[in-house]
Ligand binder design. Structure first.
Ligand code: SF4
Length: 191
């Protein structure tokens, strides 16, 4: 059980619990405000993230930043962003179930320290691991679920929006739904 970020970060950065440690450049622990009320969780680092040691810094990350900005959220001030697996799967393949299972302990430790009120899962893999295994991301994105006292919402992954830009309006609608909820629970002051 980790009670401070320095210990958690140091332990995570030296983790060798699964085979992804063999091919990584950096362990991508997470970025943002550890006091944030909102966490965004993706599936795992890609090439840019592996090289820079920060989640969502490639093209998909830039799109995520834009959408966050549109609802007055920002990766450095009022959200925390992390992934299910902290090391890049080779060739950006999906993280294997056993890798997710090994790595999820780090995410659980992060959630215990942050104690967010809202968790947004970016993409099917994160939503299936965190919200429910049979999630239908194309149908259920933008809906609210509740687990352990935390509100959770699946969203389309920004990389999917780059592949199919026609989905951007419905994805943006989910950010507006998120903003409504944050306003409702008093986490954003729009006065
Ligand atoms: S992916 Fe997670 S469990 Fe595997 S080596 Fe990296 S930090 Fe450890």
């Amino acid at each position: 059980m980790y009670t401070n970020w320095d210990d958690l970060k140091a332990a995570c950065e030296s983790c060798r619990k699964c085979e992804l440690c063999k091919t990584r450049t950096n362990v991508v622990v997470g970025v943002g405000n550890p006091l944030a009320e909102v966490m965004f969780i993706g599936e795992g680092p890609g090439e840019n993230e592996d090289l820079q040691g920060e989640p969502f810094v490639g093209r998909a990350g830039k799109l995520l930043d834009k959408m966050l900005d549109a609802v007055e959220l920002d990766r450095h001030t009022n959200v925390y962003i992390a992934n299910i697996v902290k090391c890049r799967p080779p060739q950006n393949r999906d993280p294997k179930p056993e890798e997710q299972e090994q790595c999820i302990e780090w995410l659980r430790a992060q959630v215990r320290l942050i104690r967010p009120k809202v968790i947004v899962c970016l993409g099917r893999i994160a939503a299936a691991k965190i919200i429910k295994p049979d999630i239908k991301i194309t149908k259920e994105h933008g809906m609210w679920f509740e687990k352990g006292g935390i509100l959770m919402m699946p969203m389309l992954h920004p990389a999917a929006l780059l592949r199919d830009p026609r989905k951007k309006p419905e994805a943006f609608q989910d950010f507006l739904t998120l903003r409504e909820k944050l306003r409702e629970i008093g986490e954003l002051d729009y006065s």
